[in-house]
Design a protein around this ligand. Structure first.
Ligand SMILES: N[C@@H](CCC(=O)N[C@@H](CS)C(=O)NCC(=O)O)C(=O)O
Length: 202
């Protein structure tokens, strides 16, 4: 059975959430999000950088949350949760799917690293402050993009919402979802009401 290496409120949320949405059977190996676990020889044999998520799918070990989602959709998704390759909506879908990790998680990750993950003497407050500004700018872009839409690609829920929904979970936890972000807050409320999100973040 598919094994998901999972730690609370980390990017492994995306993998568990996708499995819930698609009804993919899985088991979780829940890890404490701490260096003694992630950097242990045992876990480094699964993920050489000691990060989450990773999966072991009957011996195929993968990491990179976006790649895992794409792999699982191809294997089990039967074309669900994404516009078909070549269809009109595919380009925008790919844009938002990858924006979530390649662009938006950069400042969010820096906020986390320089606020609580790194040992105190290795945190740089200026990096954290600039990352907050950068994340707010990206939230402003999402605010405009979500006007009149239920989901980032329109009326259909897609895996791009799973990728972005995790970013917004961290933004919420970091106090970045200010009241003026009406569309973003409504979108996050819609996503976080889904049973799959709730299971993945329990
Ligand atoms: N691009 C990777 C990033 C993985 C990653 O950085 N995961 C974080 C948790 S959300 C982690 O394990 N950090 C541990 C560390 O940096 O020591 C992915 O999307 O899977």
């Amino acid at each position: 059975m598919l094994k998901i290496y999972h730690a609370k409120n980390t990017r492994s949320v995306r993998v568990v959430w996708l499995c819930e949405e698609l009804g993919i059977p899985y088991e979780t190996k829940v890890l404490k999000f701490a260096p003694d676990v992630l950097q242990s020889q045992e876990y480094l044999a699964v993920h050489p950088l000691g990060k989450v998520p990773a999966i072991d799918d009957d011996g195929l070990v993968l990491n990179e949350s976006g790649a895992i989602l794409q792999y699982l959709m191809e294997k089990h998704g039967a074309g669900g949760l994404e516009p078909k390759p070549g269809s009109a909506g595919r380009g925008r879908y790919l844009h938002w799917f990858h924006f979530a990790e390649a662009t938006m998680m950069v400042p969010i990750g820096n906020i986390a690293q320089h606020s609580f993950i790194r040992p105190e003497d290795k945190r740089i407050p200026q990096v954290a402050a600039e990352a907050v500004e950068s994340a707010q700018r990206m939230l402003g872009i999402l605010e405009k993009e979500l006007a009149g839409k239920d989901y980032i690609c329109g009326s259909e829920f897609t895996a791009a919402d799973i990728m972005l929904g995790y970013d917004l979970l961290l933004c919420k936890l970091f106090g970045l979802l200010s009241d003026d972000l009406k569309n973003v807050n409504a979108y996050f409320a819609r996503l976080s009401a889904r049973p799959g999100f709730q299971k993945a973040t329990a």
